[in-house]
Design a protein around this ligand. Structure first.
Ligand SMILES: NC(=O)C1=CN([C@@H]2O[C@H](COP(=O)(O)OP(=O)(O)OC[C@H]3O[C@@H](n4cnc5c(N)ncnc54)[C@H](O)[C@@H]3O)[C@@H](O)[C@H]2O)C=CC1
Ligand SMILES: O=C(O)[C@@H]1CCC=N1
Length: 277
């Protein structure tokens, strides 16, 4: 694949994760542009990754093949309207904003035949263990499909979904998902400490156990259910702990949590999808 120029508008948490992952995976820093109003964020990115930084969004995208919108959903409309006059047919626009729909993005860009991809990555992209779902509008060429996929594949799993409606569920599961696992990590560590373990011991045991379980599940042909059963000796310790989770309806809680996240994505689309001019 030829080395394309990628411009990020917004150099915050998610842009940093993607940039870190791309650069560790043979994408060249000089072909990565980042534009942000916050010069401190830009200075950090420039000193850490050597990317080209801009305070002017239009200058950042001028010679970019791919423009990644990494601003908050609330800023998306104004950024798209700002770059719209400079849009060119051969560019690919990728939005990673939660909720905001392809139709709204396309209407704000107001450019006939603009190629647009909606992507929902997650922060473990920083360590090339991301999980991203993508969906494209009808103007994305097969070359651009390949380009978007190769960029996101460079930072982890990348898969296409054909029904954009599923994007809210993706956001709830894998977009927000790292936070759920970090919460579980915090909870495991705290509970271990409350049972008398030193902080560092509890932290390391919780971390390696999470990593080991994920790695084992990834590398195994067995389902998570079977792997769980193998840890659970009849009448043993795990069974006692799992009983507590079932009594507390942990599965029901996850369902409620993901439903709430997906509803919030839909709400953002409804609220912010309105035209303001
Ligand atoms: N943080 C996460 O785990 C994930 C976030 N996302 C999406 O990524 C997007 C960015 O999220 P974060 O990186 O977490 O937010 P963030 O707040 O860390 O970064 C946004 C950046 O945009 C900059 N910005 C604001 N207005 C701007 C403008 N007009 N021009 C240029 N830059 C501007 C801000 O200064 C900030 O540095 C959001 O739309 C979010 O829904 C998607 C997947 C995961
Ligand atoms: O919390 C959020 O809204 C963003 C989208 C997915 C992860 N973080």
């Amino acid at each position: 694949m030829k080395q394309c120029t990628i411009a990020f508008i917004g150099g915050g948490n998610m842009a940093r994760s993607l940039i870190g992952g791309l650069i560790s995976n043979q994408f060249t820093a000089e072909n990565i542009h980042v534009s942000d109003a916050n010069t401190e964020a830009l200075d950090n990115l420039a000193s850490r990754y050597n990317v080209k930084t801009f305070t002017d969004n239009l200058a950042a995208i001028a010679d970019a093949d791919v423009v990644i919108l990494a601003v908050k959903p609330q800023q998306l409309q104004s950024v798209i309207r700002q770059i719209a006059p400079a849009w060119q047919q051969d560019k690919l626009l990728i939005s990673i904003a939660a909720g905001i729909r392809l139709d709204d993005i396309s209407r704000w860009l107001d450019f006939d035949g603009a190629a647009i991809v909606r992507a929902m990555p997650n922060t473990p992209s920083l360590v090339q263990a991301g999980a991203t779902a993508l969906c494209a509008n009808n103007y994305v060429t097969s070359e651009q499909h390949e380009l978007a996929e190769s960029m996101l594949r460079a930072v982890g799993l990348a898969l296409w979904i054909s029904d954009e409606k599923q994007m809210d569920a993706v956001t709830a599961l894998s977009g927000s998902g790292p936070a759920y696992f970090f919460l579980v990590l915090e909870a495991l560590q705290t509970a271990g400490m409350e049972l008398g373990l030193p902080e560092e011991t509890a932290r390391l045991l919780a971390l390696e156990t999470s990593f080991g379980a994920a790695k084992m599940a990834l590398e195994s042909d067995e389902s998570a259910c079977v792997l769980r059963q193998r840890v659970t000796s009849p009448g043993g310790t795990t069974e006692r702990a799992l009983d507590v989770f079932e009594q507390g309806d942990l599965r029901g809680l996850f369902k409620q949590a993901l439903t709430a996240a997906a509803q919030r994505a839909d709400e953002l689309a409804e609220q912010l999808g309105q035209d303001y001019d």
